[in-house]
Design a protein around this ligand. Structure first.
Ligand code: GLU
Ligand code: MG
Length: 427
């Protein structure tokens, strides 16, 4: 007869993490009892922690084993969601600082904060954004595809309602949960939030989706595509702006697509830089199997009104009240997926758009270009972009290129199906 070991007490543990260069949420945990001091001094990290690959092991590490940085929990991001069985989801998102307390050049939240502040400094605009995340859920039985059917929604059982409750409890306001087009595919969206908080919400939502699925004995996968011949899962980024008086400024009913002058230049900036930005927003080898024709996923650096095949979709107006219209009107960026770090993706989007505003770029000024068809091609375009070096910082950009090229290199002799399978396992 074996021993039955039953701990009589549990000591709560809390985790602090950040979405790293491969968009995995990684960090460290400590006793909740130490929270007050940890909120002041953070937890130590090896700089190399940022270079853990998509698949786990350190692939390349331009920083070596040297050094130390600090992951500091941001008190405004606490997630504390109890579950009936087992420990609560108890975590913070953090900023990475140097030992001297300065923002670290590789900290994704810092890169986004810089972009948000620059936009505000130059234009007075604040960005409101929301990430619409598609994924597959293992808790629905293999079944012929049921795009958008109530029955497909029904078969996922308790997952959706539990996820929405967990999000709300964590301060992320749910906006939609739907059964999507593909087999076992669903989508969750939260309400728009300002700047940094929008990307935080995306990270929290993804973690809570994993957490709920785990407690139900299941798994979700946000991987860009599970089978090269199927539809993929995108992470669409919606955005709008408010000015210094809190007025929405994207909408102008007198103009084409209802898009204000500043909205137009912003979109034109995004399109101008888009082929290069793919290396950040479609950050994996499998990302490019999703960006193929006839999948409601973009293949060109184009904008379209109500067009789900376009890279940038000008969203519809549902409200007839003019004030409501202006508030609800938004633009959707469709070239992102969950292998992209949400902070970096939103940061480059803002910087590219701002460049469009600064240079009064026009949407139809240049012929529409195709998107890159592989990660390698996208990385070359990113390397050639002088602007990207400025937006990300030269140090981060060169490390990112090295890091992502190593990922592509590792998969060079693997076939597409197997590549999809490997990403599905880890995202
Ligand atoms: N699943 C599609 C994608 O990969 C998008 C479908 C939709 O428009 O919601 O982006
Ligand atoms: Mg969708």
């Amino acid at each position: 007869m074996g021993y039955v070991v039953r701990a009589m007490e549990r000591e709560p543990i809390v985790f602090v993490g950040t979405s790293d260069l491969s968009a995995h949420f990684r960090g460290k945990s400590f006793p909740v009892a130490d929270l007050p001091s940890r909120l002041r001094r953070g937890v130590g990290l090896a700089p190399a922690n940022m270079f853990l690959s998509s698949f786990g092991p350190i692939q390349v590490n331009p920083l070596g084993a040297q050094g130390e940085v600090v992951l500091l929990p941001d008190p405004s991001t606490r997630v504390l969601v109890p579950f009936e069985d087992g420990p609560a989801e108890n975590f913070f998102l953090g900023d990475i600082r140097t030992l001297e307390g300065a923002p670290w050049n590789f900290c994704p939240r810092h890169v986004l904060r810089r972009a948000v502040e620059r936009l505000h400094g130059e234009t007075g605009l604040r960005i409101l954004a929301s990430f619409e995340q598609e994924f597959t859920y293992s808790g629905v039985a293999e079944h012929p595809q049921q795009p958008y059917e109530l029955d497909a929604y029904r078969r996922q059982g308790l997952f959706g309602e539990t996820l929405l409750a967990a999000m709300r409890q964590a301060g992320v306001i749910p906006d939609a949960f739907i059964s999507e087009y593909g087999p076992c595919q669903f989508e969750v969206t939260s309400q728009p939030a300002f700047g940094l908080r929008a990307a935080d919400d995306a990270v929290i939502t993804r973690e809570l989706a994993q957490a709920v699925a785990f407690r139900l004995g299941e798994r979700v996968s946000f991987a860009p595509i599970h089978d090269p011949n199927q539809v993929g899962s995108g992470t669409h980024i919606h955005w709008s702006f408010v000015d210094r008086d809190g007025q929405a400024v994207l909408y102008d009913e007198t103009r084409r697509w209802g898009l204000s002058t500043i909205g137009c230049s912003f979109v034109a900036g995004v399109l101008h830089h888009l082929p290069a930005l793919c290396a950040i927003t479609a950050a994996s080898v499998a990302s490019y199997y999703r960006l193929r024709p006839n999948r409601w996923a973009p293949v060109k650096a184009d904008a379209g009104h109500l067009n789900r095949g376009a890279a940038v979709r000008i969203a519809p107006l549902f409200d007839r009240d003019p004030n409501e219209s202006a508030r609800q009107f938004n633009i959707e960026f469709r070239v992102a997926d969950a292998t992209a770090n949400p902070y970096l993706a939103l940061a480059v989007l803002i910087q590219a758009g701002l460049d469009g505003v600064r240079n009064a770029r026009q949407i139809d000024a240049a012929p529409v270009r195709p998107l890159p068809t592989s990660l390698i091609e996208a990385l070359t375009l990113l390397e050639d972009s002088h602007d990207a070096a400025e937006w990300l910082g030269a140090e981060l950009l060169s490390a990112y290129l090295l890091f992502k090229r190593a990922e592509a290199h590792e998969l060079r002799n693997v076939d597409e199906k197997e590549i999809c399978r490997r990403y599905s396992e880890v995202y």
